[in-house]
Design a binder for this molecule. Structure first.
Ligand SMILES: Cc1cc2nc3c(=O)[nH]c(=O)nc-3n(C[C@H](O)[C@H](O)[C@H](O)COP(=O)(O)OP(=O)(O)OC[C@H]3O[C@@H](n4cnc5c(N)ncnc54)[C@H](O)[C@@H]3O)c2cc1C
Length: 469
């Protein structure tokens, strides 16, 4: 006989634990199943550890630039990777322990440790246990893709997960993948002291971003000595003595890059292939993401999917927002759809990129009459004072409705500044509200109203597009 619960939650990522505790708080009998580390990707191999390491890398970078600020540091700046890792482990470990003890200490909630598999639409097997519930929530997250490139089974490689064990300085880290994860690791290890080469198949880095963003991020990385190989077609890998040779077959430059370590950062896939979803009849798309509706219900009534595994977001905040949406719909009588969400995220290179809404290219493709404001960080007082003037700020607004369509803040504080723009978008207020707001001096944010006062027609739309102000 199965053990029966009101709700079963599979995975303790960014949605599952909060939902479990909410349900348990409402008096529901809840089971939570985790097969590995409490807290999932963000806590153990994603956001928290990487941003902790980004902070160590930033400290090294600023120390090397100390002379620019009139500060003398005698002797060379070196990085003790064992201490970098120990700091990372401590911060990440505190979060993991906090999630575990939170769940284990919650009344009405039982934690199971092991791999969960559907036995039917109502039953889950975990180890020797069989559990049943009328509500099942899937929060299984994803993992790094290992691409089927020639030679990959012949060489050792790292992923974002195994990078967490690195407590030494790779002599030359070759990173396959020039997107968010690859760029963060690339700059970080360069600052730690490694040689770094980023190999990217596309003709530019972070291809989802506008070309000016890609180009400026590349300049920032190259100025620090990161090598970037673009247009890498037919990437292959092979052993070269103790090293690893990455065949890049690029249109220009040497045909291979030889490094001491290889990091694969070419994307992620959902953890839905070993969950027995077929037995439950839950539909997945061709990439394995659970197909969900606007309230995150799967194709089977009584089964929901939250977080990275539903393909509706790939961030901690989107997963947590999934929890809020499901909880609002199920427990608060508050009908909230995912489609209300405005895209927002950050790339934690230094300076960071804060993004919300559409890119300029998306706006241009939409055919909407739009205006754009752009300002280099060299013309932002706060950035000049901090000696961090790389990057730019860009905001795009609808020329007719005056709504803000999107923004990219690539510059010091960009991950924070973006929120003043995002919140006005959520408020559905015209950009003029933000343009007239008095912001604090000296901050990066104080230039946001200024940018909105200097909008120009989008390039490609100049004819007939007047000022909307
Ligand atoms: C290197 C890196 C850096 C990142 N940085 C950021 C960042 O700065 N900001 C940001 O917003 N996002 C970042 N992300 C993305 C973020 O980590 C994820 O979007 C977020 O963790 C998604 O969480 P989730 O709730 O979908 O599930 P996850 O956190 O992935 O958790 C899923 C859990 O389910 C468990 N599980 C899986 N299958 C089973 C099963 N069958 N039975 C039992 N348990 C199972 C797993 O063990 C895991 O604990 C980063 C990701 C990476 C890889």
């Amino acid at each position: 006989m199965p053990k029966t619960y009101d709700a079963i939650i599979i995975g303790t990522g960014q949605a599952g634990p909060s939902l479990a505790v909410r349900l348990a708080g409402k008096g529901k009998k809840v089971a939570v199943i985790e097969r590995k580390f409490f807290g999932g990707t963000c806590v153990n191999t994603g956001c928290i550890p990487t941003k902790t390491m980004v902070a160590s890398a930033y400290a090294a970078h600023v120390a090397r630039r100390a002379g620019d600020y009139g500060v003398d540091i005698s002797g060379p700046v070196t990085v003790d990777m064992k201490r970098v890792k120990a700091r990372k482990d401590s911060i990440s470990g505190q979060s993991r322990t906090a999630v575990e003890s939170w769940l284990k200490g919650t009344k009405n909630l039982t934690v199971y440790e092991g791999q969960a598999r559907f036995e039917s639409a109502r039953e889950i097997i975990v180890g020797a246990e069989r559990l049943a519930a009328f509500q099942i929530f899937i929060n299984v997250g994803g993992r790094a893709v290992v691409p089927e490139m020639p030679g990959i089974d012949q060489v050792p490689y790292l992923t974002n997960s195994t990078m967490m064990n690195v407590d030494f300085l790779p002599r030359h880290l070759v990173i396959v993948g020039g997107s968010y994860v690859g760029l963060e690791f690339g700059q970080m290890f360069r600052r730690f002291g490694s040689e770094v080469t980023i190999v990217e198949m596309a003709s530019r880095l972070i291809t989802r971003e506008d070309e000016d963003v890609s180009a400026t991020v590349r300049e920032i990385l190259e100025a620090e000595g990161v090598r970037v190989r673009l247009n890498a077609r037919c990437i292959s890998v092979s052993k070269r003595g103790d090293d690893i040779a990455v065949g890049v077959d690029c249109s220009a430059g040497p045909p291979e890059v030889v490094g001491s370590h290889l990091l694969l950062a070419v994307g992620r896939r959902p953890n839905t292939d070993d969950l027995g979803l077929q037995k439950a009849g839950v539909e997945v798309d061709k990439r394995g993401y659970v197909v969900v509706d606007d309230q995150l219900r799967s194709s089977v009534p009584g089964i929901w999917a939250l977080g990275d595994c539903n393909g509706r977001g790939a961030f901690t905040h989107t997963s947590y927002n999934d929890y809020e949406i499901v909880a609002a719909n199920l427990l608060d009588g508050d009908s909230r759809p995912v489609s209300d969400r405005i895209q927002a995220y950050a790339l934690y290179v230094d300076p960071p990129l804060g993004r919300c809404g559409w890119t300029e290219a998306q706006v241009l493709n939409s055919g909407r009459r739009a205006l754009v404001g752009k300002r280099p960080m060299t013309r932002v007082g706060r950035a000049v004072e901090k000696g961090e003037t790389k990057g730019f700020m860009k905001i795009v607004v609808d020329g007719d409705t005056k709504e803000i369509l999107g923004a990219a803040i690539l510059g010091t504080g960009g991950d924070e500044v973006i929120h003043c723009i995002l919140d006005v978008m959520y408020a559905k207020a015209p950009y003029t509200v933000l343009q007239r707001a008095m912001h604090i001096h000296p901050t990066v944010s104080e230039l946001v109203p200024t940018i909105l006062g200097e909008l120009q027609p989008l390039v490609g739309q100049e004819t007939g597009a007047g000022s909307a102000a």
